[in-house]
Ligand binder design. Structure first.
Ligand SMILES: Cc1ncc(COP(=O)(O)O)c(C=O)c1O
Length: 446
C-alpha cells in the first residue's frame, strides 16, 4: 500500500517486479515487465481511495481522461520502497538539509506581524519588485513588477498557469525529452498535442535539424528547461539562438523553466528571454525551492510581457488565486541574499557533485557530464539488469540506495531504459554512505 502525493492510498495488486501500476496507457510500459491492459484501471490493477474503510466498496478507480495515463509519481514510489528497505535516498530531488536561518526567521517574523491573510493575487508587491530586481541582475532585462511578474505556488503552478492560460486544445507544443514529469500531465490538461524531441547521451545536445523539422504551422509553443532535470545539461548559446530564431520565424512562444539557474557549475546560465526578440514571446518560470533549499515552501513565479502575463494570471486566479502570504514575505528576504550566498551554494554543491560523480565512476557506472542542477545521470548497463526500473528496484532492495529510473521522463520509455538519475542535494556523509554501499554490494549480473 502506497500513499501518493496527495496522501491518497494506492494499492498495487498485480505487478511483481514492477513498481508501476498497470494502466490503460501502454506507451509508458515496457513490453515484458510492464504489461498494459486495454480494459482500464480496475480493482485488479490499481486501487485508489481515501481511507481503508472505503476500500471495501471495490469500485474501479476514476480519473478524467486527460489524466488517466499518468500514474503515482515515480519519486513517491521509489521513496516509499526506499523507506521500506532502509535505503539511502539519492532519488528525490530535495535537500536533506535545511534552508538558511535568515529566511526562516523572516517567515516567523511575517507570521508574528500578522501577514497571514490572502495576499494580492499576483503577489505581495514587494516580492514582485524583488523578483524583477533579481531578473534584471541576472539577465539585464528591466521588467515591470506590477504587469510582468506573477507569484505562483512554486514553479509547478507557474508551469500549469502558463499552459492553461496560454495554450488552446489542439495546439502543438514541442517538448524536450527527458522532461520534468509535470510537463506532460499539464500539457495533457491543457489539451495540447505534444511533439517530443529526444536529447541523447553522452552530451544530451539538441538535435537541431530534428528540432527545425518539428515546427509546423500549428506549433504554438516550446517548453524547455535549462539547467535541465534529469540530465544536468545546460543549453548552450548556440542552441538557444537556434531555438530563438525558429520561434521568431514561426511566431512560437517559449516556456522556459529555470528553477536550477543558480546551480550552474560548468558554464553560465543563459535565460532565453534575454536573447534579441525573445522577451516578448517568453514566459520565464522559476522558484525559491532549489536555490534556497526550501522546496516545501512552494514560492514560484512567472515573468512575461503584459500580453502573456494576462493569460498566466487568468489561470492563476482560478487555480490558486494567491500563494502563502508569510512565505512570500520571507521570499523577499531570500531574494535579497548577498552574492556570497550564491557563491557558497555553488561551492557546496560542487563538492557534493565531486563526491558523487567520482564515487559512481569507481563503482563502475558510466556517468554523463552534468553542467548544472543537482542531478547526474548514469548508464546502469554495466551491471546487467534488463532496464532502469529493474535496476532501481535491485538497487533499493539489494544494495540499499534509491535512484530514479529515467524512462518515466520520456514519451517513449525505451529511450530512457539504460539511464538512472542520482541526486546530490544531500549532506556529504549521506553521499559517501551511498557510494560505500554501492561499492560493497552492487555486483555485476552479467
Ligand atoms: C525542472 C523542474 N521544474 C519545476 C520543479 C518544481 O518546482 P517547484 O517546487 O517550485 O514547484 C522541479 C522540481 O523538482 C523541477 O525539477
Amino acid at each position: 500500500m502506497y500513499l501518493d502525493t496527495n496522501g491518497v492510498i494506492l494499492r498495487h495488486f498485480t505487478f511483481k517486479s514492477s513498481l508501476l501500476p498497470i494502466t490503460t496507457h501502454s506507451r509508458r510500459s515496457y513490453a515484458n515487465t510492464h504489461r498494459s491492459t486495454s480494459t482500464g484501471a480496475t480493482m485488479t490493477t490499481t486501487f485508489s481511495t481515501q481511507n481503508e474503510s472505503t476500500q471495501q466498496t471495490q469500485k474501479p478507480v476514476q480519473v478524467a481522461k486527460r489524466l488517466e495515463k499518468f500514474k503515482t509519481t515515480i519519486f513517491t514510489q521509489m521513496s516509499i520502497l526506499g523507506v521500506k528497505h532502509g535505503a539511502i535516498n539519492l532519488g528525490q530531488g530535495f535537500p536533506n538539509f535545511d534552508g538558511p536561518d535568515f529566511i526562516k526567521e523572516a517567515a516567523v517574523q511575517a507570521i508574528k506581524d500578522g501577514k497571514n491573510q490572502y495576499a494580492r493575487a499576483y503577489g505581495v508587491p514587494e516580492l514582485n519588485s524583488a523578483i524583477s530586481t533579481r531578473f534584471q541582475e541576472d539577465t539585464g532585462l528591466v521588467v515591470d513588477p506590477e504587469k510582468e511578474v506573477t507569484v505562483t505556488s512554486g514553479c509547478t503552478e507557474a508551469i500549469a498557469a502558463s499552459m492553461l492560460g496560454l495554450i488552446n486544445p489542439g495546439d502543438e507544443v514541442i517538448l524536450f525529452a527527458p522532461f520534468y514529469d509535470s510537463y506532460e500531465a499539464t500539457l495533457s490538461m491543457a489539451g495540447a498535442k505534444i511533439k517530443g524531441i529526444t536529447l541523447r547521451p553522452p552530451d544530451f545536445s539538441i538535435p537541431l535539424e530534428e528540432l527545425k523539422a518539428a515546427f509546423t504551422k500549428n506549433t504554438r509553443a516550446i517548453l524547455m528547461n535549462t539547467p535541465h532535470n534529469p540530465t544536468g545539461k545546460m543549453f548552450t548559446r548556440e542552441e538557444l539562438e537556434t531555438i530563438a530564431s525558429l520561434c521568431i520565424e514561426n511566431d512560437v512562444l517559449v516556456f522556459s523553466d529555470e528553477v536550477y539557474d543558480k546551480l550552474a557549475f560548468e558554464m553560465d546560465h543563459i535565460s532565453i528571454a534575454s536573447l534579441p526578440g525573445m522577451y516578448e514571446r517568453t514566459v520565464t518560470m522559476n522558484s525559491l525551492g532549489k536555490t534556497f533549499s526550501l522546496t516545501g515552501w512552494k514560492i514560484g513565479w512567472a515573468i512575461a510581457p503584459p500580453h502573456l502575463t494576462w493569460g498566466v494570471r487568468q489561470a492563476h486566479s482560478y487555480l490558486t488565486f494567491a500563494t502563502s502570504t508569510p512565505a512570500q514575505w520571507a521570499a523577499i528576504a531570500a531574494l535579497k541574499a548577498p552574492e556570497s550566498y550564491y557563491k557558497e551554494l555553488k561551492r557546496d554543491y560542487a563538492a557534493k557533485k565531486e563526491i558523487l560523480v567520482k564515487g559512481l565512476k569507481e563503482v563502475g557506472f558510466t556517468v554523463f557530464p552534468s553542467s548544472g542542477t543537482y542531478f547526474v545521470t548514469a548508464d546502469h548497463t554495466p551491471f546487467g539488469l534488463e532496464n532502469d526500473i529493474a535496476f532501481c528496484e535491485y538497487l533499493i532492495e539489494e544494495v540499499g540506495v534509491v535512484a530514479i529510473p529515467t524512462s518515466v521522463f520520456y514519451l517513449n520509455p525505451e529511450e530512457g531504459k539504460n539511464l538512472v538519475r542520482f541526486a546530490f542535494c544531500k549532506d556529504e556523509d549521506t553521499l559517501r554512505g551511498a557510494i560505500e554501499r554501492m561499492k560493497q554490494k552492487l555486483k555485476s549480473k552479467v
